[in-house]
Design a protein around this ligand. Sequence first.
Ligand code: NOJ
Length: 588
Amino acid sequence: MLKIALVAWLWTLAGTGSVQARPLDAGPSSGEAVPWWRDAVIYEVYPRSFGDTDGDGVGDLNGITEHLDDIRDLGVDAVWITPMYPSPQVDFGYDISDYTAVDPQYGTLADFDRLLAEAGNRGLRVLLDMVMNHTSDQHAWFRESAGSRTNPKADWYVWSDGLPASADNLSRQQRNNEHEGRVPPNNWISSFGGSAWEWVPARKQFYFHHFYKEQPDLNWRNPEVERAMFDAIRFWLDRGVAGFRLDVITTTYEDAALRDAPESGRLNAQGDPVQDIVHIDNLPEAHALVARLRKMVDAYPGDRVLVGETYLPNLQALADWYTGEPGPQLHLPMNMFPGFSGGKYEARHFRRTLEEAETRLPGTPLYAYDNHDNPRSIDRFGDGVHDVQIAKGLAAVLLMPRGAALTYYGAPLGMRTTTPARKEDVRDPIGITGWPKEKGRDGSRTPMQWSPAPQAGFSTNPETWLPIPPDYRTLNLQTQLKDPESLQNWWRTLLRLRKAEPVMKDGRTEMLDRENPDVLSFRRTGVAAAPDVVVAINMSGRAQTVDLDAGQATTLAATDPATPGAVSLRRLRLAPFATWIGRRQSLD
Ligand code: NOJ
């Protein structure tokens, strides 16, 4: 009872900003039993690189608002904005110094409210990025915590006295990190290079940082941390955000005994030993935390959603993030196996990973092929010759199976990865510490290519925070919209089809022609009175004729303009690297 009253009260508060955000339960799928996110396409925006309205060469919130029509016209359902909170920007926003405000570089809270309201007016939902694992070292919580061993926040981060430097079996990272006769308590290394422990003279202790030293890990074993973070999450839910993408949500807790990480004997690009992060990843306590968060979020109206950044060792670990012990957790943990497990553009890879997702996950699969941390998919899967055809096939692999999908600005255009050529041009600190083996993530974060205008229509400032790739003159949204064969128009067609064909909402994904090494084919099926939709993607450079089923199909979309409007599924012809999508005609 108390909970219901509290939620109602918070909901009233939500409307007190200068711009009234539309309640989300009045959103596009209002009144339907199926939550909106079950078949949603979510578009990731990296705010620094989307639209710069104040001419400082860095994108801002108003730049996102300005382009909401473009996002809506593509046909997606929601926007996920990577962190736009105040931050020293050491990790470009993933080092948050205040969880309930907007970085002045990106605008104001009023700008955010306007963005939210304008998105709602267009039927678009807004997801924020929530970084629960760590804060910035400039966050007031950490500054206080680091000041002494006795302050009220002394136990808000993961502090350790370490070991005497004379201890046995120390790793190189430990030995190289000696302070006043002490070394870190274990061999853990930071994902971003070097020891994961940093000495603070004022406390004569080390703190743990899974990422940069400017990103200290919070101590989630302290209930005050949970209260403070949940308050911050409610702040945004009360304003009307549709949910969160939870950054590195699987690593919130560390092994209580801080045991050493097992090492493989190999070295990574930073020159550190490759470690198994088993003592910081997927701990039962992390699952329990997300289960508590899920309860809080589910109490809000409007089907708010928790999307998880879940790079995991195997499918069972992914399944556990839906509803393992102790009950429901993430609505949409990201399935990284098709897109980010090193698989090539090969039918077998996608058949196996899509089928596993369809049959072995206890919830809606969420697929992703692009994000701000990896080279763009067109470069990872492309062969350098048929890249646009391959990108069209990848779009079908992303958008046609049952489930939700994540995409990233620039991907529907086929924007390329533009890696800095010189160390002095690198902005991402991983690229600075890891150069030349690890060149960092700048390559997939370059400004959005809107038009052939100066600075690609991104900014009026010739000095943008990352340079505009020179191909913007031909590779940009404006130019692609005029070309019916462009990747952008292909995406629009597929996204329209996703909405128009009734089987696309819930119909299961069933693989066809299962032994074919060159052609991935599947159908969406199982919805009464809704015709199946069949998808065939030739992932080879040879023309193929496949036998998928009896009967005829009406072509809905085809990359080969010579494809007839009606085809026989017994003898479906596919040009090299062609993608074809059709509606099965009824057999009677
Ligand atoms: C994952 C984010 O996607 C990445 O950009 C960031 O550097 C790390 N988490 C640390 O927050």
